[in-house]
Design a protein around this ligand. Structure first.
Ligand SMILES: [Zn+2]
Ligand SMILES: [Zn+2]
Length: 269
C-alpha cells in the first residue's frame, strides 16, 4: 500500500530544516505516494512566534514548478494555528487561496506557548491537558474550514508530567465532543508521529482507544503525518500504524487533494 505524509514543514516554516526540493527527493526515495507541505501559519501568535507564517502564493508557485518534474504527489497545504481570539482573521486569511489540504492545529492556550513550559506552572496535569482539549473544541466549533485536526495530543509533547498520554479513559469527557465534531463534519483525525518521540527522557504514548471511539462516533478519515522538519524524519513511523487503525475499525488511510478526501485501502501484510 502507498503511504502519504500529510504533514511536513520545509523552508517556508521558520523552524523547517529542509527545502521543498530535498523533501520531495527524500519522499520519492522512500516510495511515498505523495507529500503535503503544511507550513506554519499562526495568526496573532504570542511572544516571539509572530514569524510563524508564510506567503501561500509563493509556496504554491514553488509547488507548481516542482510538480512538473515529480513522479509523486505534492500537495499544497497549510498548518493553520487556531486560537479562539483569532478565528475571524483565520477565516479571512485562508479564503484567499486554494489549498489541497488544511490542517487545523492548536499551538497556544490562553495566549501561552506550552513549548516553553510556562503554561504548566501552577497547573496540575489534568487541568493543563483538559484546558488544551477545551481550547481545541472551542476553535473547531467556531471555525470549520479545515480538513484535518492536527496533533490532538500536542500538549503532552513538552509537558513535564510523567503521564504523557491523552487517554480516552482520563480525558474522554473532553475528547468526546472534539471527536463528535470531526465525525459530524467529515474531517480527519491525524496521527502525528512526531509527538511520540522521546524528549527529555520521556516518551508520549498514543491511546488507541481515541481512534476506536472516533470510528464508533462515525469518524471516517485518519491521516498520517510525520510533522517532519528535516528530511530524515519524513514518513517516520507511518508504516507501523495500519494494524492499529485496522483494529480500530478503519479500512482506509486518507490524504487530501483539492480539499477532497482520497483513500488508500489498508493492506496488512
Ligand atoms: Zn503543529
Ligand atoms: Zn506541524
Amino acid at each position: 500500500m502507498r503511504f502519504f505524509d500529510t504533514h511536513t514543514h520545509c523552508e517556508f516554516s521558520p523552524d523547517g530544516r529542509m527545502t521543498m526540493e530535498e523533501a520531495v527527493s527524500a519522499a520519492t526515495r522512500l516510495g511515498l505516494g505523495g507529500i503535503a507541505f503544511t507550513d506554519h501559519f499562526d495568526i496573532d501568535a504570542p511572544g516571539d512566534n509572530d514569524h510563524f507564517s508564510f506567503d501561500p502564493a509563493e509556496h504554491q508557485q514553488k509547488i507548481d514548478s516542482l510538480r512538473e518534474k515529480s513522479s509523486i504527489g505534492i500537495f499544497k497545504g497549510i498548518e493553520l494555528g487556531l486560537q479562539p481570539t483569532a478565528l475571524e482573521s483565520a477565516k479571512k486569511a485562508v479564503a484567499l487561496f486554494e489549498f489541497d489540504t488544511i490542517i487545523a492545529s492548536v499551538h497556544f492556550i490562553d495566549g501561552i506557548d506550552p513549548y516553553h513550559g510556562d503554561y504548566y506552572g501552577g497547573r496540575g496535569e489534568i487541568a493543563a491537558y483538559s484546558r488544551y482539549l477545551e481550547t481545541i473544541y472551542e476553535c473547531i466549533s467556531n471555525y470549520t474550514n479545515f480538513d484535518i485536526l492536527g496533533h490532538f495530543d500536542y500538549i503532552v509533547r513538552y509537558s513535564p508530567y510523567r503521564d504523557k498520554c491523552l487517554s480516552m479513559k482520563r480525558y474522554g469527557d473532553y475528547l468526546e465532543p472534539v471527536l463528535k465534531q470531526l465525525a459530524y463534519n467529515g474531517q480527519a483525525l491525524e496521527i502525528n508521529t512526531n509527538t511520540y518521540r522521546t524528549r527529555n527522557g520521556m516518551t508520549p504514548v498514543l491511546d488507541e482507544a481515541v481512534y476506536k471511539r472516533f470510528r464508533e462516533l462515525g469518524g471516517e478519515f485518519v491521516t498520517l503525518g510525520s510533522d517532519a522538519h528535516e528530511t530524515y524524519r519524513i514518513a517516520e513511523g507511518l508504516s507501523e500504524l495500519p494494524p492499529m487503525l485496522y483494529r480500530c475499525g478503519f479500512r482506509y488511510l486518507t490524504h487530501f487533494e483539492k480539499r477532497t478526501a482520497r483513500c488508500e485501502k489498508i493492506e496488512l501484510t
